[in-house]
Design a protein around this ligand. Structure first.
Ligand code: SAH
Length: 276
């Protein structure tokens, strides 16, 4: 229990991702954007409590000891294992979507616990950015993921990977413990059945509480979602031949951004990560 410190309200707004080097034993030195946010945006003072996240899965509770221009120091007064990381590591291979839709998937997918976002260029992608534009998108997407992580209390920042071709995405996704492609033409199997047959549904995790698993030990589920124009039958066949399991999301055609979030929700729900 932290004593003698001024609690500053909803800690969710006082959680900050810092580099691992910022935390040395019981002391933290914070600089850059986070120091600016603490000092000039949130106007915090020595004695205030913040939570520092260094991507290790641990949450460091710290009392500010110095709040200066460009430099903030804090004393670590407690640490706990984060409870907010899911039992499975879900990697979303999302075909590029136009404008805000991709940003919606990144923000809501982060809240839902997705660990890695991989933009994919599939045959019917309307959005086909050049290298420069892609770099700018990646920068903006990383900022969206960081903000959503701090807001939702994630302890490990999801990764935003560089764009992959469809073929490369299939090759990489199939290396997961369970690789799935959601295809609108599929009417037989769904995500629940795929997780069950892979032993990854909640029954398969009884002995491992959510959040208590170090990132490296969690099973990985890879999920491909198509663009506004959907996947072509050839792409679905290629994914199947590569070893991905083709799954349906019901009889209606969902918008791509809806499908991504519904599929992620199904994975998290079926692995017991959304509160039972
Ligand atoms: N034209 C609509 C829908 C395109 S489908 C739009 O503008 O978004 C986009 C992707 O969502 C598909 O490639 C598939 O990955 C997924 N999807 C949508 N409905 C689905 C369903 N009923 N079953 C499986 N996947 C679905």
């Amino acid at each position: 229990m932290v004593t003698g410190a001024r609690w500053c309200g909803n800690v969710g707004e006082r959680s900050f991702f810092v580099t691992p080097a910022a935390i040395r034993g019981d002391w933290a030195e914070i600089d850059g954007q986070v120091a600016h946010q603490i000092r000039a945006v949130l106007r915090l003072h020595p004695g205030d409590i913040v939570e520092l996240l260094d991507n290790s899965g641990w949450v460091h509770t710290a009392r500010l000891t110095e709040v200066g221009k460009g430099r903030v120091a804090a004393e670590v007064v407690g640490r706990r294992r984060a409870e907010t990381e899911p039992r499975v590591r879900l990697e979303l291979y999302q075909a590029l979507l136009k404008g805000q839709k991709m940003e919606l998937v990144l923000q809501k997918g982060t809240e839902l616990g997705i660990a890695r976002f991989v933009p994919v260029l599939s045959e019917r992608c309307v959005s086909r950015p050049g290298t420069g534009e892609m770099d700018r998108k990646l920068e903006r997407w990383e900022a969206i993921v960081r903000e959503a992580s701090e807001q939702s209390g994630r302890a490990v920042l999801p990764e935003v990977a560089r764009m992959e071709s469809f073929e490369s995405a299939c090759r990489k996704a199939v290396q997961s413990d369970l690789g799935l492609i959601a295809w609108e033409g599929e009417r037989s199997g769904g995500i629940a059945g795929a997780l069950r047959s892979a032993g990854l549904d909640e029954a398969g995790h009884q002995d491992r509480p959510a959040g208590a698993i170090a990132s490296g030990q969690r099973p990985t589920v890879a999920l491909l979602i198509g663009p506004e124009g959907g996947f072509t039958p050839d792409e679905a066949a290629l994914a199947h031949e590569a070893g991905l399991r083709v799954v349906g999301l019901g009889p209606r055609i969902l918008r791509a951004e809806t499908a991504a979030l519904v599929a992620a929700t199904l994975v998290m729900c079926r692995t017991g990560d959304l509160g039972g």
